[in-house]
Design a protein around this ligand. Structure first.
Ligand code: PGA
Length: 345
């Protein structure tokens, strides 16, 4: 099953200066979104300044949301406010909200995130749900990683809907560290998550749900990670603030391009056309052939045979000019009633 790739740019609490927003917006607007969904998570403070500035279809995706709506919720954002700004997506569960701030900030639990997920979906907002293990868990091996991710996903299971939820697998140890999971590590984990969804939810949901990789993704490692069959995109932090973000989008769009689209691209470049009679075969365009033929034809002095379709004969003028008999016969023919006037010799 082909899944449309999706790449998100998480600006976190960046940039510092309002004056820098323009260049950050330009990085997002430089992305070709023809074959890849793109979303961007501006900092909550800048949201109102930028939410209508994305011209290539990138979806503005807040980094958090409450689960109560508008009202007396200091420091929060509400889904109803999103809707009135045309915002369709929200990111929840980023490890920096699950207690990886490095500050004694209360962590968001998986149960709380399941509540948020259900609430957002009910409000018609689609969700990117981030999960991922810290280093000590990774060091125990893939079984432990999977068990950790499953604990995070379990409360959300009833709400997993491939059309409305994207999972972002982000190993905490690779976020902002420059240490990317190897393609083998990422693929193994993505596949294990997908297999678990197939077993616990449904094969259809598992086949259709998109799982992004996050953690020091950049233009350099994106092509190799994109080649992994269970990686459907990236959630990008640092590199989403740089021009290379567009290269990450291009890398996965290219890797996941459906076969027919890939064929279309080559086909368009080739200048070939469908063969007029052999189904499925390609031929040099008829226009090239006819153009070449026309040139030869004009030079040859031949004319279409009056009765045998597709055959050619020496034209009257050519024949007449070349032989006395021809010119005599042409004169006779021209003198017959109803015939065209003889051409001047
Ligand atoms: P990074 O961040 O790309 O800077 O590692 C990813 C994320 O936190 O979503």
């Amino acid at each position: 099953m082909s899944r449309r790739p999706i790449v998100g740019g998480n600006w976190k609490t960046n940039p510092e200066k309002v004056a820098d927003l323009e260049s950050k917006i330009a990085n997002i607007n430089a992305c070709d979104t023809t074959n890849c969904d793109v979303y961007v998570c501006p900092s909550p403070l800048h949201m109102g300044l930028v939410y209508d500035k994305f011209t290539k279809g990138a979806k503005v995706t807040p980094q958090n949301c409450n689960f109560k709506g508008c009202g007396a919720y200091t420091g929060e954002m509400a889904a109803d406010q999103f809707a009135s700004m045309g915002i369709e997506w929200c990111l929840i569960g980023h490890s920096e909200r699950r207690g990886e701030f490095g500050l004694p900030t209360p962590a968001e639990s998986s149960d709380l995130l399941a509540t948020k997920l259900a609430y957002l979906l009910e409000k018609g907002i689609k969700c990117v749900l981030a999960i991922g293990e810290p280093l000590p868990v990774r060091e125990k091996g893939v079984e432990a990683v999977l068990a950790f991710c499953i604990e995070q996903l379990k409360p959300c299971l009833p709400h997993l809907d491939a059309a409305k939820v994207v999972i972002a697998y982000e190993p905490v140890w690779s976020i902002g560290t420059g240490v990317t999971a190897t393609p083998a590590q990422a693929q193994e984990t993505h596949k294990a998550i997908r297999d678990w969804i197939a077993k616990e939810k449904s094969a259809e949901c598992a086949a259709a749900i998109r799982i992004q990789y996050g953690g020091s993704a950049n233009a350099k490692n994106a092509p190799e990670l994109s080649a992994c069959p269970d990686i459907d995109g990236f959630l990008v932090g640092g590199a989403s603030l740089k021009p290379e973000f567009a290269e990450i989008v291009a890398a996965i769009a290219k890797a996941k391009m459906p076969l027919s689209a890939q064929f279309e691209a080559v086909y368009k470049k080739s200048g070939l056309v469908p063969h007029p009679t052999i189904k499925g075969a390609l031929a040099t365009p008829a226009t090239v052939l006819t153009r070449r033929f026309d040139e030869q034809y004009k030079k040859s002095g031949l004319v279409a045979h009056p009765t045998i379709k597709g055959a050619f004969v020496v034209s009257d003028a050519a024949w007449r000019d070349a032989s006395p008999a021809g010119s005599a016969m042409a004169a006779v023919r021209a003198s017959r009633p109803g015939s065209a006037k003889p051409e001047k010799a």
